[in-house]
Design a protein around this ligand. Structure first.
Ligand code: VGL
Ligand code: ZN
Length: 202
Protein backbone atom coordinates (compact mmCIF):
# COMPACT_ATOMS: atom_id res chain seq x y z
CA UNK A 1 0.00 0.00 0.00
CA UNK A 2 1.25 3.49 -0.76
CA UNK A 3 2.42 5.59 2.11
CA UNK A 4 -0.07 8.08 3.44
CA UNK A 5 0.68 11.78 3.31
CA UNK A 6 3.89 12.76 4.96
CA UNK A 7 1.89 14.75 7.51
CA UNK A 8 0.29 11.66 9.09
CA UNK A 9 1.63 9.72 12.08
CA UNK A 10 0.58 6.37 13.52
CA UNK A 11 0.33 6.42 17.31
CA UNK A 12 0.36 2.93 18.83
CA UNK A 13 -1.00 2.97 22.35
CA UNK A 14 0.19 0.63 25.13
CA UNK A 15 0.59 -2.75 23.37
CA UNK A 16 2.28 -4.15 26.47
CA UNK A 17 2.30 -7.60 28.08
CA UNK A 18 0.11 -6.54 31.03
CA UNK A 19 -2.72 -5.55 28.66
CA UNK A 20 -2.55 -8.84 26.73
CA UNK A 21 -3.70 -12.36 27.67
CA UNK A 22 -2.07 -13.50 30.91
CA UNK A 23 -1.18 -9.92 31.87
CA UNK A 24 -2.01 -8.13 35.11
CA UNK A 25 -4.68 -5.95 33.50
CA UNK A 26 -5.53 -8.07 30.48
CA UNK A 27 -7.80 -6.53 27.86
CA UNK A 28 -9.93 -9.23 26.19
CA UNK A 29 -8.05 -10.30 23.04
CA UNK A 30 -5.54 -7.48 23.56
CA UNK A 31 -2.89 -9.24 21.48
CA UNK A 32 -5.45 -9.45 18.66
CA UNK A 33 -4.45 -5.92 17.61
CA UNK A 34 -0.86 -6.87 16.82
CA UNK A 35 -1.05 -8.31 13.27
CA UNK A 36 -2.98 -5.31 11.99
CA UNK A 37 -0.75 -2.81 13.80
CA UNK A 38 2.38 -4.47 12.43
CA UNK A 39 0.95 -4.30 8.90
CA UNK A 40 -0.17 -0.68 9.26
CA UNK A 41 3.23 0.67 10.23
CA UNK A 42 4.70 0.59 6.71
CA UNK A 43 2.02 3.06 5.56
CA UNK A 44 3.23 5.86 7.83
CA UNK A 45 6.29 8.08 7.65
CA UNK A 46 6.29 8.47 11.43
CA UNK A 47 5.41 5.88 14.06
CA UNK A 48 5.15 6.61 17.80
CA UNK A 49 4.77 3.95 20.48
CA UNK A 50 3.45 4.69 23.94
CA UNK A 51 4.17 2.69 27.05
CA UNK A 52 2.22 2.86 30.31
CA UNK A 53 5.11 3.16 32.80
CA UNK A 54 4.23 3.34 36.48
CA UNK A 55 6.44 3.44 39.58
CA UNK A 56 5.70 0.58 42.01
CA UNK A 57 3.71 2.79 44.40
CA UNK A 58 1.52 4.39 41.75
CA UNK A 59 -1.63 6.16 42.92
CA UNK A 60 -3.84 4.32 40.40
CA UNK A 61 -3.09 0.93 41.99
CA UNK A 62 -6.01 -0.42 44.04
CA UNK A 63 -3.65 -2.13 46.50
CA UNK A 64 -2.66 1.29 47.87
CA UNK A 65 -6.26 2.32 48.56
CA UNK A 66 -7.64 -0.75 50.34
CA UNK A 67 -10.17 -1.06 47.55
CA UNK A 68 -10.78 -3.69 44.88
CA UNK A 69 -9.61 -3.07 41.32
CA UNK A 70 -12.10 -1.42 38.96
CA UNK A 71 -13.66 0.74 41.69
CA UNK A 72 -13.75 4.52 41.49
CA UNK A 73 -12.14 6.98 43.84
CA UNK A 74 -11.62 10.71 43.95
CA UNK A 75 -8.08 12.08 43.95
CA UNK A 76 -6.95 15.71 44.23
CA UNK A 77 -7.00 16.02 40.43
CA UNK A 78 -10.42 14.39 39.98
CA UNK A 79 -12.09 10.99 39.61
CA UNK A 80 -9.82 8.01 39.11
CA UNK A 81 -10.54 4.34 38.42
CA UNK A 82 -8.39 2.03 40.55
CA UNK A 83 -6.56 -0.73 38.72
CA UNK A 84 -4.72 -3.91 39.53
CA UNK A 85 -0.99 -3.27 39.73
CA UNK A 86 0.21 -3.12 36.13
CA UNK A 87 3.00 -1.85 33.89
CA UNK A 88 5.49 -1.34 36.69
CA UNK A 89 8.62 0.31 35.27
CA UNK A 90 11.11 -2.24 34.01
CA UNK A 91 8.87 -5.26 34.66
CA UNK A 92 8.01 -7.94 32.09
CA UNK A 93 4.41 -6.70 32.16
CA UNK A 94 5.52 -3.22 31.13
CA UNK A 95 7.49 -4.51 28.15
CA UNK A 96 5.98 -4.40 24.68
CA UNK A 97 4.35 -7.65 23.61
CA UNK A 98 7.10 -9.67 21.91
CA UNK A 99 5.12 -9.92 18.65
CA UNK A 100 4.78 -6.15 18.29
CA UNK A 101 7.21 -4.73 15.77
CA UNK A 102 8.94 -1.80 17.43
CA UNK A 103 11.90 -1.18 15.12
CA UNK A 104 10.21 1.42 12.91
CA UNK A 105 9.17 3.73 15.76
CA UNK A 106 10.82 7.15 15.94
CA UNK A 107 9.67 7.78 19.48
CA UNK A 108 8.70 5.70 22.50
CA UNK A 109 6.71 7.88 24.88
CA UNK A 110 6.40 6.70 28.46
CA UNK A 111 3.50 8.00 30.55
CA UNK A 112 2.16 7.53 34.05
CA UNK A 113 5.62 8.00 35.56
CA UNK A 114 4.46 10.48 38.21
CA UNK A 115 3.60 8.46 41.36
CA UNK A 116 0.76 10.86 42.29
CA UNK A 117 -0.88 11.31 38.91
CA UNK A 118 -2.22 8.86 36.32
CA UNK A 119 -1.94 9.47 32.58
CA UNK A 120 -4.27 7.64 30.24
CA UNK A 121 -3.66 10.11 27.45
CA UNK A 122 -0.45 10.30 25.46
CA UNK A 123 -0.88 14.11 25.41
CA UNK A 124 -1.94 15.19 28.92
CA UNK A 125 -1.86 13.54 32.32
CA UNK A 126 -5.15 12.89 34.11
CA UNK A 127 -5.15 16.38 35.65
CA UNK A 128 -5.86 17.46 32.03
CA UNK A 129 -3.14 20.12 32.46
CA UNK A 130 0.30 18.54 32.51
CA UNK A 131 1.49 18.00 28.93
CA UNK A 132 3.66 15.03 27.96
CA UNK A 133 5.32 16.99 25.15
CA UNK A 134 3.95 14.74 22.40
CA UNK A 135 1.92 17.48 20.69
CA UNK A 136 5.03 19.65 20.36
CA UNK A 137 7.09 16.74 19.07
CA UNK A 138 4.52 15.93 16.39
CA UNK A 139 4.10 19.57 15.35
CA UNK A 140 7.85 20.05 15.00
CA UNK A 141 7.90 16.97 12.79
CA UNK A 142 5.28 18.57 10.52
CA UNK A 143 2.52 16.19 11.53
CA UNK A 144 -1.10 17.39 11.39
CA UNK A 145 -2.99 14.08 11.09
CA UNK A 146 -2.96 11.10 13.42
CA UNK A 147 -4.18 7.53 13.25
CA UNK A 148 -4.47 5.85 16.65
CA UNK A 149 -4.47 2.14 17.42
CA UNK A 150 -3.85 -0.07 20.45
CA UNK A 151 -5.11 -0.61 23.99
CA UNK A 152 -7.48 0.06 25.49
CA UNK A 153 -10.13 1.63 23.23
CA UNK A 154 -12.11 3.03 26.16
CA UNK A 155 -9.23 4.36 28.28
CA UNK A 156 -5.83 5.24 26.83
CA UNK A 157 -6.91 5.30 23.18
CA UNK A 158 -10.03 7.34 24.03
CA UNK A 159 -8.23 9.95 26.15
CA UNK A 160 -5.40 10.22 23.64
CA UNK A 161 -7.78 10.67 20.71
CA UNK A 162 -9.90 13.32 22.41
CA UNK A 163 -6.85 15.26 23.61
CA UNK A 164 -5.22 15.05 20.18
CA UNK A 165 -8.35 16.47 18.56
CA UNK A 166 -8.41 19.27 21.15
CA UNK A 167 -4.76 19.97 20.32
CA UNK A 168 -5.83 20.59 16.73
CA UNK A 169 -4.79 17.34 15.03
CA UNK A 170 -7.10 15.60 12.57
CA UNK A 171 -7.59 12.28 14.36
CA UNK A 172 -8.91 8.91 13.34
CA UNK A 173 -8.98 5.71 15.39
CA UNK A 174 -8.54 2.39 13.59
CA UNK A 175 -11.15 0.47 15.59
CA UNK A 176 -10.09 -2.92 14.16
CA UNK A 177 -6.66 -2.27 15.63
CA UNK A 178 -8.05 -1.55 19.13
CA UNK A 179 -9.58 -3.63 21.92
CA UNK A 180 -11.61 -2.42 24.92
CA UNK A 181 -11.79 -3.13 28.65
CA UNK A 182 -15.52 -2.15 28.61
CA UNK A 183 -16.13 -1.33 32.25
CA UNK A 184 -19.74 -0.26 33.03
CA UNK A 185 -20.47 0.99 29.53
CA UNK A 186 -17.11 2.68 29.09
CA UNK A 187 -16.80 1.55 25.47
CA UNK A 188 -20.11 3.16 24.45
CA UNK A 189 -19.16 6.32 26.36
CA UNK A 190 -15.78 6.36 24.64
CA UNK A 191 -17.35 6.09 21.20
CA UNK A 192 -19.76 8.95 21.98
CA UNK A 193 -17.03 11.14 23.40
CA UNK A 194 -14.60 10.54 20.56
CA UNK A 195 -17.25 11.25 17.93
CA UNK A 196 -18.33 14.43 19.76
CA UNK A 197 -14.70 15.58 19.72
CA UNK A 198 -14.58 15.14 15.94
CA UNK A 199 -12.53 11.94 15.96
CA UNK A 200 -13.20 9.71 12.95
CA UNK A 201 -13.76 6.06 13.91
CA UNK A 202 -12.58 3.82 11.08
C1 VGL B 1 -4.73 1.79 30.59
C2 VGL B 1 -5.90 1.51 32.53
C3 VGL B 1 -4.78 1.84 33.27
C4 VGL B 1 -4.75 1.73 29.09
C5 VGL B 1 -3.62 2.13 31.31
O1 VGL B 1 -3.66 1.61 28.48
O2 VGL B 1 -5.86 1.83 28.50
N1 VGL B 1 -5.88 1.48 31.20
N2 VGL B 1 -3.64 2.16 32.65
ZN1 ZN C 1 -1.87 2.44 33.82
Amino acid sequence: MARQNTDTALIIIDVQNDFCSGGALAVPDGEGVIPRINALQADFPLVVLTQDWHPAGHISFAEHHDAPPFTQTTLPYGPQTLWSTHCVQGSHGAAFHPDLQTGAASLILRKGNNPQLDSYSAFFENDHKTPTGLAGYLRERGISRLVLAGLATDFCVRYSAVDAARCGFAVSVDMQACRAIDLDGSLAAAIDEMQAAGVVLG
